[in-house]
Design a protein around this ligand. Structure first.
Ligand code: CP
Ligand code: NVA
Length: 314
């Protein structure tokens, strides 16, 4: 029944996904990963096509979509902003209408959230947000999969995001935490707080799921955290803010002393990658024993395959 509800759906923010639907995607991702480990590759996307639209660079997201779709017999087509008319000579609506006639699904990575929303509205096929300035929902699925691999159920677990609290990754973690009952704290200087509108949407969701969304400028809040998460201080498209961000965030680096502030040896470190070692995280932490960043990167592929299996339908 949940699989039926997921068929044909887009993934734009995760806000419109129920806890049971997210659970279903995570369970599918787990079995897809086990299949891959057993060497059991099926051909569930034979005869299907996937448009991969990229306005911004990508390693993990592009490779996860391409390999997950291609190894199951599907045909992914990579289209950068240099290749197609999207938003330049042709409106996004018209591009969406045309792609919807040719492709089984569309992935979009770029700047505006409105672009991915318009693609979903006019294409008539599932559209996946592979990162916009506002959200990174496929990343959040892989992050939770990684948390579950380490701790089992994530309900009531404490996740702390330390760094640029208003960025796309922090915002998507707030959404998924609120849906799944995770105690999520954004530790960031006040000028980089997530926007109040998103918090207004997430707070009641967290209350309903048994989770919590908190914001604090104090790195001491990582005490007892199951996981500390960080992301780059300067997201794609914000390069002009580099000096300001380094000034604002220099006390928020995830280093050994910060990891020790959890008071726990079994706390893990997460990072969506790419990382700027020496800025938001030190090399000894991201390359050290508490880091799960590489599992997290691998899990992008399994969660994305599960998402496509559920929404394109098999
Ligand atoms: N985490 C992530 O989205 O990585 P890419 O930018 O390499 O796709
Ligand atoms: N916040 C980062 C995430 C990269 C995966 C960015 O938008 O550049």
């Amino acid at each position: 029944m949940i699989l039926e509800a997921l068929k044909g759906r887009s993934l734009l923010t995760l806000l419109d996904y129920s806890e049971a639907e997210i659970r279903c995607l995570l369970d599918m991702a787990k079995s897809v990963k086990e299949e891959q480990q057993r060497g059991k590759i099926q051909q569930r996307f034979t005869g299907k096509t996937l448009a991969l639209l990229f306005e911004k660079r990508s390693t993990r997201t592009r490779c996860a979509f391409e390999t997950a779709f291609g190894e199951e017999g599907g045909h992914p087509v990579f289209l950068s902003r240099e290749d197609i008319q999207l938003g330049a000579k042709e409106s996004i609506e018209d591009t969406a209408r045309v792609l919807g006639r040719m492709f089984s699904a569309i992935q979009f990575r770029g700047f505006k959230q409105s672009t991915v929303e318009i693609l979903a509205k006019y294409s008539g096929v599932p559209v996946y947000n592979g990162l916009t300035d506002s959200f990174h929902p496929t990343q959040a699925l892989a992050d939770i999969m990684t948390l579950e691999e380490n701790f089992g159920s994530v309900k009531g677990r404490k996740l702390c995001f330390v760094g640029d609290g208003r960025n796309n990754v922090a915002r998507s973690l707030a959404v998924i935490s609120a849906k799944l009952g995770i105690r999520f704290t954004v530790i960031t200087p006040p000028s980089l707080n997530p926007d109040p509108e998103l918090l207004e949407r997430c707070t009641p969701l967290a209350a309903a799921s048994g989770g919590e969304i908190r914001i604090s400028p104090d790195t001491g809040e990582v005490r007892d955290a199951d996981a500390i998460y960080t992301d780059v201080w300067v997201s794609m498209g914000e390069e002009a803010k580099r000096e300001e961000r380094i000034r604002l965030l220099q006390d928020y680096q995830v280093n050994r002393q910060l990891m020790e502030k959890t008071g726990r040896r079994d706390s893990i470190f997460l990072h969506c990658l790419p990382a700027v070692k020496g800025e938001e995280v030190t090399a000894d932490v991201i390359d050290g024993p508490q880091s799960r960043a590489w599992d997290e990167a691998e899990n992008r592929k399994h969660t994305i395959k599960a998402l496509m299996l559920a929404t394109i339908g098999i």
